[in-house]
Design a protein around this ligand. Structure first.
Ligand SMILES: [Zn+2]
Length: 362
């Protein structure tokens, strides 16, 4: 019997992060709080989820949202009972973008995803646990590319809280990748690429794009698009057989016109609720479409293809945001000047974050 103290726990029912002690009894364990005891849980049901910074995150079979987060060195009698982390590590963590891209090139001809059923009605049937574990497995720590500074994190948190009523269900990260892109992934994951934040002139512009991606999460488009892109077998079969293709498919995931319109509508509503003007988003779209035309052969066009390939910018999208401006409404900036600076400089300041696509690692 032993106890381990540096542990945090979510029970999957309440969004409360609990500080717990792990008490090991044979092949089982309890989680002890000051006034409560959770368990017993079997080590056999523990699943590795992800590694973030110094913290290992574990889940529990058949318990959605159950998480155990362990930081620092784990006592050896407990370590031998926990599942190996590398086996289930995030795909990008394991493969790296470069290897994943090569794997995709080699397998794309063979990897024809057969969609047996319509993704539109199939998507709601995929259990939340699959959505969550697929998201965790895909994202991991994104190969160490997520940027963090105390002030940048606080600014991002403020932005997300302004745009969504249940921000604790979402995990929004900024990745140190110089590409103009933003993606929504399963499990409530949204990733803003630093290239997009650098290209934005005001926090309102980032707010509109972020709210659009949150719209894809909230309108349940992500699983639909994933099924359309890859088929049921890959989604349910997990990530081991077809991993390189999966990463690239996800990065190139695109949505139907209807989904895009719904995500835009969600964004405009979220901006209105937060008293953030949609004018920023309209001018951002405007600048991007001009960039597309004027710099077609230049370096800029490569940088913007990410967002444009998954989010075609029609004049009507820009006009919809313009039309949603309410004259005389008491709009305020999405972030103040200091917060905006902190968000913009977060990836430059975080020197520990890895950068780029081509970086190869184990
Ligand atoms: Zn979209």
């Amino acid at each position: 019997m032993s106890a381990f103290f540096d542990a945090w726990h979510y029970d999957g029912k309440k969004a409360v992060k609990r500080k717990v002690e792990v008490q090991i009894i044979g092949q089982q364990f309890y989680l002890l709080e000051a006034e409560q005891r959770h368990g017993p849980f079997a080590f056999a049901d523990v699943q590795y989820v992800a590694h973030q910074g110094e913290v290992d995150i574990y889940g529990m079979a058949d318990r959605d949202g159950w998480r155990l987060m362990l930081s620092g060195p784990v006592p050896s009698d407990m370590a031998v009972l926990l599942p190996a982390s590398r086996k289930y590590g995030g795909l990008v963590d394991r493969l790296g973008f470069a290897k994943a891209a090569i794997a995709f090139t080699l397998t794309s001809a063979a990897a024809v995803a057969v969609v047996l059923f319509s993704p539109v009605w199939l998507a709601p049937l995929i259990p939340d646990s699959v959505d969550q574990s697929l998201g965790d497995a895909l994202v991991g720590n994104f190969g160490g590319r997520f940027c963090h500074t105390p002030a940048g994190d606080a600014a991002l948190k403020k932005l997300v809280a302004a745009l969504d009523a249940n921000p604790q269900d979402l995990r929004v990260e900024v990745a140190k990748i110089d590409m103009l892109n933003a993606i929504a992934l399963p499990g409530g994951n949204v990733i803003l690429f630093d290239g997009l934040i650098k290209q934005a002139k005001t926090p309102d512009e980032v707010a509109g794009v972020l709210a659009h991606e949150i719209g894809h999460v909230r309108e349940k488009h992500v699983m639909q698009a994933l099924l359309r892109q890859m088929g049921l077998a890959v989604v349910l079969g997990g990530i081991d057989g077809n991993s390189g293709a999966l990463v690239n498919n996800v990065l190139a995931m695109s949505y139907s016109r209807e989904s895009e319109a719904e995500a835009d509508a969600h964004s405009m509503k979220a901006l209105a609720n937060a008293y953030i003007s949609p004018a920023g988003t309209a001018s951002f779209f405007d600048r991007l479409s001009n960039l597309d035309g004027s710099a077609a052969a230049g370096k800029d066009s490569a940088a913007i293809t990410g967002y444009l390939s998954s989010h075609p910018l029609s004049a009507s999208r820009k006009e919809a945001f313009e039309k949603s401006i309410v004259k005389g409404k008491d709009y305020k900036p999405a972030l103040n000047a200091a917060e905006w600076r902190a968000l913009k400089s977060m990836c430059t300041q975080d020197r520990k974050a890895k950068s780029g696509f081509g970086f190869d690692f184990d």
